[in-house]
Design a protein around this ligand. Structure first.
Ligand code: ADE
Length: 244
């Protein structure tokens, strides 16, 4: 998969995506990341990318032309014969909240262009003309879209075929399959001043361990994120446990 990031700080996303699973996915050639700075496409001595908002008010607005030229350069660089242009996603607190279903959808694309705003935002005409979709990573305002883009890159990279090793994929699959929060995890030592590992995990009884993990996952989801239970894939046995 190829991801192009349009940003005044393209190195930021590049650096964020240099470690762990994402760094490995890039080394393995499963993901390529390309940064495009609208300033390189701006005109004049000052290479201006922003201007005051019409109608007054604080802050600056990113101008149409440098962004449009950067998007076009990214589209041209990633163009493959007969393939449609990449989907253009604008990272914005006004977008649709990101969830794992959206991550899966994006991860299945060949190409993606992520547009990061700074200042008060981006000229609305550019969004209407060039952007396919707006995505938010949560109900809070960041100083720019770069962190949000890095979140998308990370979540999408780890879903590329071959990015995760077998153990990591198994964990991913179990989380994805049922839509519940994860159960708690423990490792050595068994006894510690902070507490003892639950005995069932050392019992060697795989059925009991699986049952305990399922109960923990259900209980946590019920306590912390009851909204997820509406969409979760629950068996009749799960429902009985929740009713208790
Ligand atoms: N840009 C600024 N805040 C954002 C958010 N919450 N999500 C995505 N992009 C953003």
């Amino acid at each position: 998969m190829r991801i192009d990031v349009i940003s005044l700080f393209p190195e930021f996303v590049d650096q964020c995506a240099g470690f762990g699973v994402v760094g490995r996915a890039r080394e393995r050639g499963l993901l390529s990341l390309h940064g495009w700075n609208p300033r390189d496409h701006a005109e004049g001595n000052y290479r201006r990318v922003d201007d005051r908002p019409f109608g007054g008010g604080p802050g600056m607005v990113m101008m149409i032309e440098p962004l449009r030229a950067a998007i076009r350069a990214a589209q041209a660089a990633g163009h493959v014969d007969d393939r449609p242009p990449a989907r253009v996603v604008y990272m914005s607190p006004q977008g649709r909240p990101l969830d794992q279903a959206k991550v899966r959808e994006l991860a299945a694309l060949d190409r993606l262009v992520l547009l990061c705003g700074r200042y008060e935002g981006v000229d609305e005409r550019l969004i209407r003309a060039e952007v396919d979709e707006e995505i938010s990573i949560g109900d809070y305002v960041l100083s720019g879209g770069e962190l949000a883009a890095a979140v998308v890159v990370d979540a999408v990279a780890r879903l590329q075929d071959g990015a995760l090793n077998d153990a990591e994929s198994a964990i991913q699959d179990s989380f994805e399959a049922d839509g519940l929060l994860d159960c708690p995890h423990y490792t050595r030592p068994v006894e510690h001043e902070l507490g003892t590992v639950p005995a069932v995990l050392m019992s060697g009884n795989h059925a009991e361990i699986a049952r305990w993990r399922r109960m923990q996952a259900l209980g946590r989801t019920w306590a912390r994120r009851p909204d997820l239970l509406d969409e979760a894939a629950l068996s009749p046995a799960d429902r009985r446990l929740l009713d208790e």
